[in-house]
Design a protein. Structure first.
Length: 380
């Protein structure tokens, strides 16, 4: 990953650890690819001569040759091997981004928005489901709201998820990640509502709530439009879990603006929220923007937002005590089984703890008996 400062640091640390493991004889080759490599190709080749290969994004042919894996398939998606849980599969439906958010390096790294052909996505879905183990299918892209605008006329995100819903049947979940809020339509929300196997969960990353900062971010939308859209979601789908992400310390975020955002977040009460201090990224319009905020201030404001969200999450979770929830189990650690409700994506959202040995990849009806800020406790 090469998106923001923290991610770059983690990626560099992973490379350093791989270099040490190679020196220790744990493996013979290091091959590097991904957004960080795409963004800093020449610099990293000079910095890490210990690596045995560098590959730009999409260089399946080069990677296949380096791995001596034979001739690559015309559509490599069809034979991907999942590295996550056996019962969870991610399907990328698009790549790149055409939005020009002033803080974001992704368009420069991944290029223009390209939708995968629906036949390719359907084929991969059928391949994944044929194994019988996958219980949660997660559709992803840098943003999925624009899907289809560059391919078959009339075949948009609503048509795609409708077709996938039919394939998945009633005993699986479909989760949709990463929308672009200004172009989330009522028809998209209604499509989610119309299919029982699509999780009533939407990733809706507003990044900020204040109109003047949204304008500087070139996000589109406004404070009023955010409130209206969330009210519409909650009207059409009672009980929907709305997740967002927030950036603090963006250039021009005066204290009064930040305080207004805190008040608006308290009114909206997002079900799930992640917050990131603004990361100043080269080759983005915001890099040289007036009104830069110190990193210390951005981090402090991020902590304030998370403190507020902890309270909201705790209150929301306490309301679930006594309710019965359908829970998908992810793992068992010898004492607790850990699972998730429809409100929770893997690795980023809340978990349900059950003091019983339950089978990963299976659904159970769980009564919620206790709750903390980010965890529920339950029993069969």
């Amino acid at each position: 990953c090469g998106f923001i400062g923290d991610a770059k640091e983690q990626s560099i640390q992973a490379i350093l650890e791989a270099v040490e493991d190679k020196k220790a004889g744990k493996f013979s080759k290091i091959l590097l690819t991904g957004c960080l490599i795409q963004r800093y190709f020449k610099e990293l080749k000079n910095e890490f001569p210990e690596a045995d290969g560098y590959f730009r994004l999409g260089d399946i042919k080069g990677l296949t040759a380096a791995l001596k894996a034979g001739k690559p398939e015309p559509d490599p998606y069809g034979s991907r091997v999942a590295l996550e849980y056996d019962h969870v599969a991610y399907i990328k439906i698009a790549d790149g981004c055409d939005h020009k958010c002033s803080y974001c390096a992704i368009p420069g790294i991944r290029g223009k928005y390209i939708s995968r052909h629906p036949d390719s996505i359907i084929k991969e879905t059928e391949t994944i489901l044929s194994g019988g183990r996958v219980k949660e299918l997660i559709l992803i892209g840098q943003e999925i709201s624009s899907y289809g605008k560059d391919i078959r006329k009339g075949y948009d995100i609503n048509r795609l998820i409708g077709d996938i819903s039919v394939l998945c049947g009633k005993d699986r979940w479909i989760r949709l990640l990463y929308t672009h809020p200004p172009i989330v339509t009522d028809s998209f929300i209604e499509t989610i509502a119309a299919h029982d196997n699509i999780c009533k969960y939407i990733d809706f990353p507003v990044q900020h709530t204040e109109t003047e900062i949204l304008k500087l971010m070139k996000r589109g939308g406004s404070t009023g439009k955010i409130f209206t859209k969330i009210e519409e979601m909650r009207r059409i789908i009672p009980g929907i879990a709305v997740r967002t992400s927030i950036i603090t310390g963006f250039p021009g975020e005066a204290r009064r603006v930040f305080n207004s955002m805190k008040k608006n977040l308290e009114k909206i009460r997002f079900d799930r929220l992640g917050v990131f201090p603004y990361s100043k990224e080269e080759n983005t319009p915001a890099y040289d923007m007036d009104g830069q905020i110190s990193v210390r201030t951005a981090v402090k404001r991020a902590s304030e937002i998370m403190e507020l969200q902890r309270e909201i999450s705790y209150e929301n979770n306490r309301k679930l005590i006594g309710c019965r929830e359908r829970v998908l189990i992810d793992r068992y650690d010898g004492e607790f089984s850990y699972g998730r409700t429809y409100r929770d994506a893997p690795d980023v959202d809340n978990e349900v703890l059950i003091r019983s040995e339950l089978k990963p990849g299976e659904f159970y009806n769980i009564e919620i008996t206790d709750a903390s800020e980010y965890e529920l406790t339950g029993r069969i």
